[in-house]
Design a protein around this ligand. Structure first.
Ligand SMILES: [Zn+2]
Ligand SMILES: [Zn+2]
Length: 453
């Protein structure tokens, strides 16, 4: 058997916010630089994208290739409950069959959201449809505050969401703001295989493979990936690789409107009187352009606060004061709804977890390795904002030329072999989990703090 690096969830130019330049050649070149061997097509129910792929992929030994990159037919679907599902299919005829079955239940198959159509079916029905056409599926970015199975106010277990169709779910996609340590705090997930995919959805091809799965397979085919997901015949995921969850866009809670992130900390868990939270006050200690800070004196107060947030009872103090100021200025007193705070992945997992802090990994669970895209490291070193700046591209290309693929540099190469000191120092800190972060949330990615390495 061989080891393959697979990213099984990406999007095409037919999805919103994806560059029109994203074609097989760009995808291929990026995949080779990264070290990816297997990629999903994404968006396969979009007719024009499907035709383009059909015309340009080679079919060899039952597998699709672009040059030597294995390509798996796949897409993402949104169900009637706005839950997203990652879909993988054996071939184009399964994709065409799926399209026919979906047609009566979708409105937007060629529109702006065609890349990831909305289907008027519930989660269990989606699983059955995919099973009928010979494909496999699982919940996408399972913990994110939007469009996910475990989002605030939704399900707490897969059984609740899928009923008896649960046994046909092949995997659960962790999403950029979660990892194995968070997900394995839920006992109900102990039997399911976790996938870490990029969900690349962006202007440049750089975000391809920012998360991926290392798999042990006989060959890079759909059948082998299916076996690995169900852990049959020694096929398996050997490593999940992805962003440290704090770097993801949805790790901590945020305001739905102004998108400020909420930092809540325990100042000193001093045992004063057992005062209920509401008496201890709900005023944030600080509000700035990006964050609202809350300090609590006791863990109990913090827990009460999170419970109130979960019930939708905490309003954004920053938005509230903006609204009041505006009303005063315009001399209006009409009642305006004040936006509420929404839980991030970390708070939502805390709420539905079986175990309060430490995960319990089942024996089959592979390690999870934190990475950050090399281009982000380079961007930090070059001290520029734009990841496509000339200086960044030049340094990135040089590193790839000197040391092999991006994954070689980030994961496999001995640190002593990397001659660029700054790069070596940051990668070494990553490998030893010594990086400090500003956590992401509300749609803003987290950041690494370089001066604290
Ligand atoms: Zn999605
Ligand atoms: Zn706000």
């Amino acid at each position: 058997m061989q080891i393959y690096n697979a990213d099984l969830h990406i999007h095409s130019p037919y999805s919103i916010a994806v560059s029109q330049n994203m074609n097989l050649e760009t995808i291929y070149n990026t995949a080779m630089k990264k070290g990816l061997n297997i990629l999903s097509t994404g968006d396969i129910t979009q007719p024009a994208w499907r035709k383009y792929l059909k015309d340009n992929l080679d079919f060899r030994d039952g597998m699709y290739f672009y040059k030597d990159l294995s390509v798996i037919i796949g897409t993402e679907l949104e169900d009637i409950e706005s839950i997203h599902h990652v879909i993988l299919l054996p071939d184009f005829s399964a994709a065409e069959k799926l399209q026919e079955m979906l047609n009566p239940h979708v409105k937007n198959i060629t529109g702006r959201w065609a890349g990831r159509p909305h289907v008027n079916k519930n989660p269990a029905e989606i699983v059955e449809i995919i099973d009928d056409v010979g494909g496999i599926c699982g919940p996408a970015h399972a913990f994110t505050p939007f469009k996910s199975v475990f989002r605030q106010g939704r399900y707490k277990t897969l059984a609740e969401a899928y009923g008896s169709a649960e046994k046909k779910i092949a995997f659960l996609e962790l999403g950029l703001s979660a990892d194995t340590n968070l997900a394995d705090r839920m006992e109900s997930l102990k039997n399911i295989t976790f996938l870490s995919n990029s969900d690349a959805h962006s202007e440049g091809a750089q975000s391809l493979g920012r998360e991926f799965n290392r798999m042990e397979l006989e060959n890079p085919s759909f059948d082998e990936i299916k076996k690995a997901c169900f852990r049959r015949k020694n096929r398996r995921v050997t490593l999940n690789v992805g962003l440290e969850p704090r770097l993801g866009k949805y790790f901590i809670m945020f305001c739905r409107k102004c998108r400020r992130r909420i930092i809540n900390t325990i100042k000193n868990n001093e045992e004063t009187q057992d005062t209920p939270l509401l008496q201890s006050g709900l005023a944030p200690s600080k509000i700035d352009a990006n964050f609202i800070h809350y300090h609590f004196k006791k863990i109990k107060h913090q827990n009460d606060f999170l419970k109130l947030c979960s019930n939708g009872d905490i309003k954004c103090k920053a938005c509230e004061s903006d609204i009041k100021k505006k009303q005063k200025l315009n001399n209006k007193s009409k009642k305006v709804a004040i936006p509420k705070l929404k839980l991030g992945v970390s708070e939502r997992v805390n709420e539905i977890a079986t175990w309060s802090s430490e995960p319990k990994h089942p024996d089959h669970r592979p390690p999870y390795l934190d990475i950050i895209p090399l281009v982000e490291i380079v961007r930090k070193i070059c001290k520029v904002k734009n990841p496509r700046a000339k200086s960044v591209t030049k340094m990135y290309e040089n590193l790839i030329k000197n040391y092999g693929t991006e994954y070689d540099i980030l994961i496999d190469l001995p640190i002593s072999k990397i001659q660029n000191n700054e790069v070596a120092q940051i990668i070494s800190a990553f490998r030893d989990s010594k990086i400090k972060y500003i956590p992401g949330g509300g749609g803003t990615f987290g950041e690494i703090l370089l001066n604290e390495i």
